[in-house]
Design a protein around this ligand. Structure first.
Ligand code: ADP
Length: 537
């Protein structure tokens, strides 16, 4: 008989502080200067916060909303809140005010913890948040902002608190964190991660065929902690005993590059960040001195980005797919032996897929009748998932979010090949159905982006009397360029059948984006409709 080791979040930071105590955790602080800390100090601050919160009356199961940049302090908050038995509700500052009001009230947040520069967001909406009792500003006394609100100062709260009081005990299935989906249709939905799901997810994510991190790595999450469980890096990095760099709020390519040059070996963000970074490197004739691997996910990563990182900068790309409901990791494109045996060009084509899942994630593609489809590298179906860190039911949801066999419909359309590699072709609501056949908007976009004059591209369906829908490609030109439409069409012709080609290509100054930086196809379709857009005859 074996011991029952409770999979609680506190065990992760306990492990890091005990076995990797001096491992550096460096960050750009909200006050400006770079701070140097380590796992022992992060744990000490988490312990102090946990005690302070309990002193303020926080009870087990209470929800605390956190709106903060990726800082060293924010890491301590990630452990201090669950350490007090409370639940860490991550808040995205880019959400519209009414969405924030909705999710804060829906999750019943009692306290708010907020970076000083983000406080005005709460000043504007506080009268719509009747349940908020206290607002804690994540800074020291000297940097406390002027405000009409009654505020508590984080560093003052921590003063004099015990460094090593025990974590609040509980079941490993207790809630640990909440993250809302951005809700392109309807209200956002809350996903409640348990201590157990977070620990299992971090273990699965850290494995060699996944993000492959160890105590020899220095990890910089560019992806904000408030986006999809922060891709779990605040758990997997200390679990592996890795060093970390927290970039703070300066998300410009120059600011991020400066932080990457602090010995970072591994980093993670959505493709848009890397498009900007590659531009910055090129224009300044810069190189990375320590970066070895980059995790790119959240939206499809164009082939050109993968190629440039690997061939020009010697940085291995890990293309990943996931979603808030999956904590978020679904798959990562690492090379199995079958792929290692391929030519470099064929391996690059494999990297356009999002790879394969870790242990704890199981996938299927299904048709509309719920029948499993073959993994033949051709057949498209609804991508279904189940696993140890996949949502079962949304917060206050009526009924389960899964079917009777436990499958969660990801809302994505995908192809799986014989090696178990997944290719995401669309979101089911963005799929373009022409004459009964599906055309992949993601593939059209990725192909168009390969043209140097195209900064961003979106393929959307426009209603057509004969074919039902036809694709239209909307592009944003790169700075100072006016790309030739005929050239873009030629690029597409090399890769797509004639009936899959867009009926029209046109330029716009900017595309609409969601709070997580993705192109909002819903809004774009709406814009075209509002403008009375007509397909060329
Ligand atoms: P939000 O919609 O709030 O940004 P998520 O981050 O949970 O929420 O988004 C998950 C969705 O992002 C997936 O269902 C999928 O459509 C898309 N996505 C994530 N990674 C990839 C990828 N590598 N390729 C294509 N689509 C992706």
């Amino acid at each position: 008989m074996m011991q029952n080791f409770s999979l609680r979040a506190g065990t992760i930071i306990d492990h890091a502080a005990r076995y990797h105590p001096g491992r550096e955790v460096i960050g750009r602080s909200v006050e400006g200067p770079i701070v140097h800390s380590n796992w022992q100090e992060v744990r000490r601050d988490a312990k102090r916060l946990s005690a302070a919160l309990q002193g303020l009356g926080v009870q087990k199961g209470d929800v605390i909303g956190v709106m903060a940049w990726n800082t060293v302090r924010h890491l301590a908050v990630w452990y201090g809140i669950p350490g007090a038995g409370a639940v860490n509700h991550t808040l995205n500052p880019r959400l519209f005010a009414e969405q924030l009001v909705y999710i804060i009230n829906h999750a019943e947040d009692r306290f708010i913890m907020v970076d000083p520069d983000l406080l005005p967001i709460f000043e504007a909406i506080i009268d719509k948040l009747p349940k908020i009792e206290k607002i804690i500003v994540l800074t020291d006394r000297a940097h406390m902002p002027e405000s009409p609100l009654e505020l508590l100062c984080y560093e003052e709260l921590l003063e004099g608190q015990p460094d090593d009081a025990p974590w609040v005990e509980g079941d490993e299935n207790d809630p640990c964190g909440i993250c809302y989906t951005s809700g392109t249709t309807g209200n956002p939905k809350g996903v409640v991660y348990s201590h157990r799901s977070n620990v299992l997810h971090a273990m699965a994510a850290a494995a060699p065929d996944m993000v492959n991190i160890s105590s020899n790595d220095r990890i910089m999450p560019v992806v904000p902690l408030f986006h999809a469980n922060g891709w779990s890096i605040a758990y997997s990095a200390p679990m592996a005993g890795a060093s970390m760099v927290m970039p703070g709020r300066d998300m410009t390519a120059a600011g991020l590059y400066e932080m990457l040059e602090m010995g970072v070996s591994f980093t993670a963000a959505v493709p848009t960040i890397w498009l900007g970074m590659l531009e910055h490197l090129k224009s300044g004739d810069l190189k990375f001195s320590s970066l070895k691997r980059v995790l790119i996910g959240g939206a499809s990563c164009p082939r050109a980005v993968i190629e440039t990182f690997q061939n020009d900068y010697g940085v291995q790309v890990l293309h990943a797919w996931g979603m808030t409901e999956m904590s978020p990791l679904g798959t990562i494109c690492s090379f199995k032996p079958e792929v290692n045996a391929l030519s470099p060009a064929d391996r690059l084509t494999v990297q356009e897929t999002v790879g394969h899942p870790p242990y704890t994630v199981d996938l299927e593609i299904m048709n509309d009748m719920g029948e499993c489809l073959p993994w033949d590298g051709i057949t498209q179906g609804r991508l279904m998932a189940r696993g140890a860190a996949v949502v079962q039911r949304y917060l206050k949801g009526d009924g389960d979010a899964v079917d009777t066999s436990g499958w969660f419909d990801t809302g994505d359309v995908a192809i799986i090949d014989a090696n178990g590699y997944v290719r995401i072709t669309d979101r089911s609501k963005d799929v373009i159905k022409s004459g009964g056949e599906w055309i992949s908007s993601i593939e059209l976009e990725n192909c168009a982006i390969a043209h140097p004059g195209v900064a961003e591209a979106a393929a959307v369906a426009v209603p057509h009397p004969k074919w039902g829908e036809r694709p239209v490609l909307v592009i944003v030109p790169s700075a100072g360029q006016d790309p030739d439409k005929g050239e873009i069409m030629s690029l597409l012709e090399n890769r797509f059948a004639k009936w899959q080609l867009p009926d029209d290509i046109f330029s716009v100054e900017a595309l609409p984006h969601t709070a997580t930086g993705k192109i909002s196809k819903l809004e774009l379709r709406q814009q075209l409709e509002d403008q009375g857009y007509k397909l060329p005859q």
